[in-house]
Design a protein. Structure first.
Length: 170
């Protein structure tokens, strides 16, 4: 097995899908946001507020590199593709899965998710979230080796689809 990296916009289900995929593959799961918080000993909104997005993206890149050496399922943050070094690294990986959802579905999920603080979305209007989404869409496609449409699918169905597509790239 190789590392399997999940990318996509916030609300696309990277963490939930990643946990289930790792469970089915009987391998480890790494959630990059949690690993960054552990390393920094700060919550992500605090890093954004006190150190800025540029420092956060550098930390995110370091955590990505550290986790690529293990065979694991990795759920990235939605903005990982905005940092050129991270995008370049993703383009060199064999299994990068873009969980693609439509904008309305993602906005609904972001608004309904009270557990996760999202520094780039929490105080943003629908228009600002849409702008962020469209500015990232092409980079997700560039980085991905596999694209999985998440619309109207259960986590189980998405994971089954990923497992079929992974066999094609192994």
């Amino acid at each position: 097995m190789m590392s399997i990296i999940l990318i996509g916009f916030m609300g696309s289900g990277k963490s939930t899908t990643g946990r289930e995929l790792a469970n089915r593959l009987a391998c480890s799961f790494s959630e990059m946001d949690q690993l960054i918080e552990l390393k920094a000993q700060k919550k992500i909104p605090e890093i954004f507020k006190n150190q800025g997005e540029a420092i956060f993206r550098q930390m995110e890149y370091q955590v990505l590199i550290e986790n690529l050496i293990t065979e694991t399922v990795i759920a990235t943050g939605g903005g990982i593709i905005t940092f050129e070094k991270s995008l370049a690294e993703l383009k060199h990986q064999r299994c990068v899965i873009y969980l693609k959802g439509n904008l309305e579905t993602l906005i609904k999920r972001i608004q309904e998710d009270q557990e996760n603080k999202r520094p780039l979305a929490d105080d943003s209007s629908r228009e600002e979230i849409a702008e962020l989404f469209f500015s990232r869409e092409q980079k997700y496609r560039e980085a991905a080796t596999i694209i999985v449409d998440i619309e109207d699918k259960s986590v189980g169905k998405i994971v089954s689809e990923i497992m079929l597509k992974i066999k094609e790239v192994e």
